[in-house]
Write a protein that binds this ligand. Structure first.
Ligand code: NAD
Length: 275
């Protein structure tokens, strides 16, 4: 598994399993067992997914050592203060049956995020989180955060896929040495990106699936990916992306199909952030 070095020196497996919308304990446990068997070590959850407890159980049942795992969770919008953030973090730790997190993110740039960040810095300084980061932060949110932050975020997890490539944000994050992590890397099964003719052609040329080509494209942009699936075959397929390379021409062809089309959740929509 390829690893990326974050701006604080910590390593992150560049591909992990996302578990958003997995609302059944058995589905989640079998997906995690399958993923571990296939070599996944990185798992991405959030308080709002209401499945941290099952992920904790699934990981506890495996014989993979804690230090080999990379676990991410996120603090939800309803926790707006310093104290609420600290309490939410400890609740997540308990549910995940661990005494530290590898990565903890502010889920959305909702009310009070500078104050939430101060709490995350304190947890980081206490050694309870290896790396702290943000999610759904665009340039103005990041600039506001950096006016008070003592520690720069290690990661920004944002919607990114071939129809919403986030080129400007990617450049901005690179200039700050903040890792770009893609959520919805496959377009969340919502758009028809998996049938895109340019991607189909490239997939055929490599004898790979379109999903594999998309994941490979992210990896070659130095982006961290956390595709979600609960199906054994797809879980195996999504990690089988380290044995081929897209050419510069193929990377340019994919760059040209961007539609700047967001799939869900606009971090600039104040009403949505209250949700
Ligand atoms: P995704 O792009 O990973 O799409 C998942 C869907 O793609 C699956 O439900 C399935 O329908 C399809 N799929 C998966 N593998 C496939 C394959 N090999 N072939 C064909 N179809 C396949 O979308 P996602 O789950 O929304 O995003 C991934 C992860 O990102 C989430 O599980 C979650 O951990 C995280 N996430 C974070 C935020 C955030 O606000 N930070 C928001 C959404 C998701």
């Amino acid at each position: 598994m390829e690893q990326l070095k974050l701006n604080n020196g910590q390593m992150i497996p560049q591909l992990g399993l996302g578990v958003f919308k997995v609302q059944d304990a058995d589905d989640l446990k079998s997906a995690v067992a399958e993923a571990l068997k296939d070599g996944y070590r990185h798992f991405d959850t959030a308080t709002i997914y209401h499945n941290e407890e099952w992920l904790g159980e699934a990981l506890a049942e495996s014989d993979v050592k804690r230090e080999e795992l990379f676990i991410t969770s996120k603090v939800w919008n309803s926790n707006t203060t310093y104290d609420e953030t600290i309490a939410a973090f400890h609740e997540s730790l308990k549910k995940l049956q661990t005494d530290y997190l590898d990565l903890y993110l502010i889920h959305w740039p909702s009310e009070g995020y500078n104050e939430k960040w101060r709490a995350m810095e304190s947890l980081y300084n206490d050694g309870l989180i290896k790396s702290i980061g943000v999610s759904n932060f665009e340039k103005p949110h990041m600039e506001k955060l950096l006016t008070t932050a003592k520690i720069k975020p290690a990661v920004d997890q944002v919607e990114t896929h071939p129809y919403f490539q986030q080129k400007e944000l990617n450049d901005y994050l690179k200039s700050l040495d903040i890792a770009h992590e893609a959520w919805g890397p496959l377009g969340q099964g919502k758009s028809n990106v998996l049938e895109d003719p340019v991607l189909v052609k490239i997939a055929e040329a490599h004898d790979k699936t379109v999903a594999q080509v998309i994941l490979r494209w992210h990896l070659q942009r130095d982006i961290i990916v956390i595709p979600k699936s609960v199906h054994a075959e797809r879980i195996a397929q999504n990690i089988d992306v380290f044995d081929f390379n897209l050419t510069d021409e193929e990377m340019s062809m994919i760059a040209s199909i961007d539609k700047n089309q967001r799939g869900s959740g606009d971090p600039n929509d104040e009403e949505f952030l209250k949700g």
